[in-house]
Design a protein around this ligand. Structure first.
Ligand code: SAM
Ligand code: SF4
Length: 330
């Protein structure tokens, strides 16, 4: 079984936001004061599992858990254990997660035991004061400890860094060297206009196409045919031991090869991160519709998956999505 959308893209990758809550408040992701959802609003673990089952039956092979911070969700390991058990009996091949890393010291061993072999850790700076500032109150030592614990447990890590104007633009080479020394891959991401935060997006946005051109003069990058199943374009250089990726939704659109859809913590299926349309599965599940009906709705949603995102950042245009990143997950 395969899920094919109206533009003939094969969709085999599901991202699930398991909570909108987080132990940090990154300035480009959230406002300082956030109104979080109540428990009844978000999907139960059973509801998440049921939705995943239906997607797997329809051809999803890879599931990424995200949030908010997925590791702050109660009983997250139980969900991962259940999903991991499906790998033997279904087409599901990989479960992974995107995390801020603060709770990895506690969870890395359990993650590995439950089949997580690869994770993305988000880290925008390696400077403790800057980290504290960008996350509004975070302690970077927790992340360093978490990364070491994950590596000790043979979990492969990729660092995700959002490049932010006047914040980490001058730290890019340092980040490349730091990850290269640790032999960890690194991906840079452009700021996307997901709902308003306290700072205007045009004061945060850096064009990764420009960043790439500057870096290329130093590193003489060679493009490689490597993919983690996501939109990053990867490069190597004789000067580093790792792979460097660039995700540039605004300056280098990659929608033609999009293979994913996203479930929000409230059960809304977003066919595109950069569009506002969704299909609400929470109501469908809570009204006791059958799995066949759920699958029909998933197919319907795939039929209306848009051709491309609608992101725009500029002096006059700031087209925001009507939800913060922590709702749909990155
Ligand atoms: N809390 C986890 C973390 O930070 O890895 C998972 C959720 S977080 C929303 C997922 C990713 O989205 C992170 O790498 C984060 O840096 C990124 N992100 C958040 N807001 C963003 C924005 N407006 N534009 C681009 N990336 C963003
Ligand atoms: Fe939390 Fe991740 Fe958003 Fe930062 S980017 S506030 S860690 S959800």
């Amino acid at each position: 079984m395969q899920l094919i959308d109206q533009y003939l893209r094969k969709v085999n990758y599901l991202r699930v936001s398991v909570t909108d809550r987080c132990d940090l408040r990154c300035v480009y992701c959230m406002k300082e004061k956030m109104q979080f959802l109540t428990r009844k609003d978000i999907l139960t673990l059973e509801e998440i599992e049921r939705l995943c089952d239906n997607f797997i039956e329809l051809g999803v092979e890879k599931i990424r858990l995200t949030g908010g911070e997925p590791l702050v969700r109660n009983d997250i390991i139980k969900l991962i254990e259940k999903l991991n058990n499906k790998k033997e009996k279904t087409n599901l091949k990989e479960i992974t997660l995107t995390t801020n890393g603060t709770l990895l010291k506690k969870y890395a061993k359990l993650l590995k035991l439950n089949g997580i072999n690869r994770i993305n850790v988000s880290l925008d700076t390696i400077n403790p004061e800057k980290y504290n500032k960008i996350t509004r109150f975070g302690n970077i030592e927790k992340v360093f400890d978490g990364i070491n614990e994950a590596l000790d447990n043979n979990i492969k890590i990729k660092i995700n860094t959002v490049v932010i104007k006047d914040f980490n633009e001058n730290e890019i080479e340092e980040l490349i060297n730091w990850t290269s020394n640790k032999k960890i891959d690194l991906t840079f991401i452009e700021v996307m206009p997901m709902e308003e935060t306290d700072i205007s997006r045009e004061y945060q946005f850096v064009s990764l196409s420009d960043t790439f051109s500057k870096l290329d003069k130093i590193y003489s990058f060679s493009k490689i045919d490597y993919s983690t199943g996501g939109p990053a374009r990867f490069y190597t250089s004789d000067l580093v031991s790792n792979k460097i990726g660039f995700i540039s939704p605004l300056t280098n659109n990659f929608c033609a090869s999009c293979n994913r859809v996203r479930i929000s913590s409230t059960g809304k299926l977003f066919m595109c991160l950069g569009q506002n349309d969704f299909v609400d599965f929470r109501e469908i599940m809570r009204k006791d519709y059958s799995d066949d009906y759920i699958k029909e709705k998933i197919k319907f949603a795939l039929n209306i998956k848009p051709k491309q995102h609608d992101f725009m950042i500029g002096e006059k245009i700031n087209k925001y999505m009507k939800r913060h990143m922590n709702v749909t997950g990155g």
